[in-house]
Design a protein around this ligand. Structure first.
Ligand SMILES: NC(=O)c1ccc[n+]([C@@H]2O[C@H](COP(=O)([O-])OP(=O)(O)OC[C@H]3O[C@@H](n4cnc5c(N)ncnc54)[C@H](OP(=O)(O)O)[C@@H]3O)[C@@H](O)[C@H]2O)c1
Length: 290
């Protein structure tokens, strides 16, 4: 018997690549990158109806937080309208839909880690477009899973660790923000949980349906990550840039970012039987495999 086919939106992104590397032989993943389904112009619902997958995972998004401020229509098409169409098509076919959202749906004003039931209050276009995507998925009904994740990193993707690695080789001084608190998350861990949610959903098991926070185990600020990257660069090359810890106010960006976007993962740990990874281990995996 042929393996069930899972349609994945996204192909070269961090989570999409991790899905390709993580998928078990018992599942056939069919990737739709933007060359096959450009979510700015094409209807992903039509592709779902045409290919009739056993489950759908959406790893595509408008992830450029600052650029979203100047192109809100594109952010809304990718982060609200595309997942809405996917969720409706999946509900129509009766197949599970797994989607990824963000810590940036929160404003960061809470003192502790955010749980799923905390009120959302996004600070910018990206967070608003992702929040609206969540609402559309819930409204579509069907068997949906939304994983809100944070600070995604992977050995090869476009992410903070790889940016710091590049700068470490070129610069003598790096000024890095040290007052935004979050929980770095390995793309491979997100991929594994997306696959598990799809697998359970296909088996008629609803235990991973609903909204879950999916992030690393412990807190960091961006400067902590940079420091670990620079220590690794020094071990490899003998060269280490000076690190200056600065505030968000010292480094203005077009989009405002939450000062606290720590996600509490207790609900997911209980439902999935999963343990989040400490951020130092996450960074070291990225550095070792890069
Ligand atoms: N990165 C983070 O720190 C972070 C934090 C919280 C939540 N998230 C969420 O996690 C998910 C995965 O993020 P990621 O880091 O893997 O993203 P990423 O590396 O930036 O990849 C973005 C993906 O979106 C696809 N895409 C972009 N524009 C498209 C278009 N016009 N049509 C079709 N596809 C398009 C890309 O397609 P191609 O494969 O064709 O290039 C790529 O696969 C997203 O939902 C994101 O919002 C990310």
């Amino acid at each position: 018997m042929a393996e069930p086919m899972v349609l994945v939106f996204g192909r070269s992104g961090q989570v999409a690549q991790a899905l390709a590397e993580t998928a078990p032989a018992s599942l056939a993943l069919d990737f739709a990158g933007r060359e096959r389904c450009d979510l700015l112009t094409a209807d992903p619902g039509a592709l779902i109806q045409a290919t009739r997958p056993a489950a759908v995972i959406n790893a595509a998004a408008h992830t450029a937080v600052d650029k979203a401020e100047i192109e809100p229509e594109a952010a809304l098409r990718l982060n609200r309208d595309a997942p809405a169409a996917m969720a409706r098509a999946c509900a129509g076919l009766g197949v599970p839909f797994v989607h990824i959202s963000t810590d940036y749906v929160f404003d960061g004003a809470k003192a502790g880690p955010y749980v799923e039931s905390d009120p959302i209050a996004p600070l910018g276009v990206y967070g608003r477009s992702k929040a609206q995507g969540e609402a559309e998925i819930v409204a579509a009904g069907g068997a949906w899973t939304i994983f809100r994740t944070a600070w995604v990193v992977s050995p090869k993707g476009a992410n903070f660790i790889n940016t710091m690695r590049r700068f470490a080789a070129e610069r003598d001084l790096m000024r890095v923000v040290a007052d935004q608190h979050g929980r770095p998350t390995l793309a491979a861990d997100i991929a594994a949980l997306c696959l598990e949610a799809a697998r359970r959903g296909m088996a008629g098991d609803a235990s991973l349906q609903g909204l879950f926070h999916l992030a690393g185990a412990d807190d960091a600020v961006w400067a902590d990550l940079a420091e670990r990257v620079f220590a690794d660069t020094e071990r490899r090359t003998g060269r280490r840039p000076m690190l200056e810890r600065i505030t968000t106010a010292d480094y203005p960006t077009p989009a405002r970012r939450p000062a606290n976007s720590r996600l509490d993962t207790g609900k997911l740990q209980a439902a999935a039987g999963w343990s989040p990874r400490p951020w130092r281990e996450t960074v070291d995996i990225c550095l070792a495999e890069a």
